[in-house]
Ligand binder design. Structure first.
Ligand code: UD1
Ligand code: UDP
Length: 380
C-alpha cells in the first residue's frame, strides 16, 4: 500500500487540505495516509482541525510568538527530515505558498521523496507581492514532481515554466470543497447555524442578518507598517462617513497586525474588532455580509461563489479569474483607493449589483476526488 504524507501548518492550508485528508481516508485500504502538522499556526490551526475533525499523526508544534521566516524555515526543515526518515512516505503532499509548504517540500526533496503540490501554479510573477508567498510557491513548483493546479490559468503558468504537461493535473481548488461541505453542514442543522449567528450578534452588538456590514481581514507581510497604516486610516474614514454601516474585522493573531489594528481602531463605534473566527462562523459572516475588504488569498476564492463583491487590498493577485469576471477589484493598501472604491459600492446600487453576481471560477467542489483519482494513477 502506498504511503502518503500530507503536511500543513497554517489556517488556510488546513481548511484546504482537510477535505483531501477525508477523501484519502475514505478510500480505505488504498492509501496509507499520515497527517503531519508543523504547527506554524497554533490556535488558528487547532480551530480548523476541530471543525473538520482531524487528528494529526504528527505535530511538530513549531510556532513561537513573533516568529521570523528564518525560525519557521529552519525548524521545519530539520524536524521534517526526522519525520520523513521515520515515516518513509512514497509521496509528500504540500499545499500552496506558505513557509510550511516550502520547507517541507525542500525536506522531502533532500530526502529523495516525491513532492505533490496542491494549489499549484498560482503566480503574480512579483517576488515581493505577496511576500514571501510568491517565492515559496515558485520554489515548491521547482521541487514538485506532481502539480495539482486549480484553474486553466494556473495550468498555463506551469506550462510556461516548462513543467511537462503529463505532470500537471487541473483539479479545481479544494477550498470550494471545504466551503461547500461547511455550508451544507450548516444548512442541514439550522438550529446550530442560528445559535452561531446569535453568538456572533452578541459579539458585535448588532443583528448580522438585517444590518449592512463590511467584512474585513488583513495579514499580508508586505502590508506591515505603512500598508496597515493606510488600511486602518481608510477604515476610520469610512466608519465616520457611513455611521449606519458596520465594519466587522476578525483580527489576525500576528502581533505585527494585531497591535497596530487595535491601537488604530479600538473605540470606533461601528468598527467591531473580534478575534479570528472558526470556519463555521466565518462562513456565516461571509454569507451575510454586504462587501468583503481583504488581502487574503483564500477569501478571494470563497467570496465570489457567495455573490459578494470583494475589494482586495493588494496591487497584484495570483487569482485573476474573479477579477476578470468582475466580482473582485484590486484597490491596493491605499487609503484613497480603498475609500473611493468602497464608497462607490455603498452609494451606487447599480455598481454594487454589477459586482455581486455569484459565480465560481475556482472549482466545483470535486477537486479532492480528482486529486485522489490522479494519485491512484501516479502511485502505482
Ligand atoms: C502565515 C503564512 C501566510 C498565510 C497566513 C495565513 C508564511 C510565511 N506565512 O502568515 O502565507 O497567508 O499564515 O493566515 O508562511 N500567531 C498566533 N497564533 C496563531 C497563528 C499566528 O499567535 O494561531 C501569531 C504568532 O505570534 C506567530 C505570528 O502570528 O509568530 C505569525 O505567524 P506566521 O505563520 O509566521 O505568519 P502569518 O502572518 O500568520
Ligand atoms: N478564515 C476563518 N476565520 C477568520 C478569517 C478567515 O476561518 O477569522 C478562513 C477563510 O474563510 C479562508 C481562510 O481562513 O478560508 C483564509 O485564511 P487567511 O486569510 O489567514 O490566509 P490566506 O488565504 O491569505 O493564505
Amino acid at each position: 500500500m502506498k504511503k502518503i504524507l500530507v503536511v500543513f501548518g497554517t489556517r488556510p492550508e488546513a481548511i484546504k487540505m482537510a477535505p483531501l485528508c477525508h477523501a484519502l481516508r475514505a478510500k480505505h485500504g488504498e492509501f496509507d495516509l499520515r497527517i503531519c502538522v508543523t504547527g506554524q499556526h497554533r490556535d488558528m490551526l487547532d480551530q480548523v482541525l476541530g471543525v473538520f475533525n482531524i487528528v494529526p499523526d504528527i505535530d511538530l508544534d513549531i510556532m513561537r510568538p513573533g516568529q521570523t521566516l528564518f525560525d519557521i524555515t529552519a525548524r521545519i526543515l530539520v524536524e521534517m527530515k526526522a519525520v520523513i526518515e521515520s515515516e518513509k512516505p512514497d509521496i509528500v503532499l504540500v499545499h500552496g505558498d506558505t513557509t510550511t509548504a516550502f520547507a517541507s517540500a525542500l525536506a522531502a526533496f533532500y530526502s529523495g521523496v516525491a513532492v505533490g503540490h496542491v494549489e499549484a501554479g498560482l503566480r503574480t510573477h512579483d517576488l515581493h507581492a505577496p511576500f514571501p508567498e510568491e517565492m515559496n510557491r515558485q520554489f515548491v513548483g521547482r521541487l514538485a514532481s506532481v502539480h495539482f493546479a486549480p484553474t486553466d490559468k494556473s495550468v498555463a503558468n506551469l506550462a510556461a515554466e516548462a513543467v511537462p504537461a503529463q505532470k500537471i493535473f487541473k483539479t479545481g481548488n479544494t477550498v470550494i470543497d471545504a466551503l461547500q461541505w461547511i455550508l451544507k453542514r450548516l444548512a442541514s442543522e439550522p438550529a446550530r447555524a442560528d445559535a452561531i449567528l446569535l453568538r456572533l450578534a452578541e459579539l458585535v452588538h448588532f443583528p448580522l442578518v438585517s444590518e449592512r456590514y463590511v467584512l474585513v481581514t488583513g495579514h499580508r507581510r508586505e502590508n506591515f507598517g505603512q500598508g496597515f497604516e493606510q488600511i486602518t486610516a481608510a477604515l476610520a474614514e469610512l466608519a465616520g462617513r457611513y455611521p449606519g454601516v458596520h465594519f466587522v474585522y476578525p483580527v489576525h493573531l500576528n502581533p505585527n497586525v494585531a497591535s497596530h489594528v487595535h491601537a488604530a481602531l479600538s473605540g470606533i463605534e461601528n468598527i467591531h474588532l473580534i478575534s479570528p473566527q472558526e470556519y463555521e462562523p466565518f462562513a456565516l459572516l461571509l454569507q451575510h455580509c454586504h462587501i468583503v475588504l481583504t488581502d487574503s488569498g483564500g477569501i478571494q476564492e470563497e467570496a465570489p461563489s457567495l455573490g459578494k463583491p470583494v475589494l482586495v487590498m493588494r496591487d497584484v493577485t495570483e487569482r485573476p479569474e474573479a477579477v476578470d469576471a468582475g466580482t473582485v477589484r484590486l484597490v491596493g493598501a491605499d487609503q484613497a483607493r480603498i475609500v473611493t472604491e468602497l464608497s462607490a459600492l455603498l452609494d451606487d446600487a447599480e455598481h454594487y449589483q454589477a459586482m455581486a453576481h455569484a459565480h465560481n471560477p475556482y472549482g466545483d467542489g470535486n477537486a479532492c476526488e480528482r486529486i485522489v483519482t490522479h494519485l491512484r494513477e501516479i502511485l502505482v
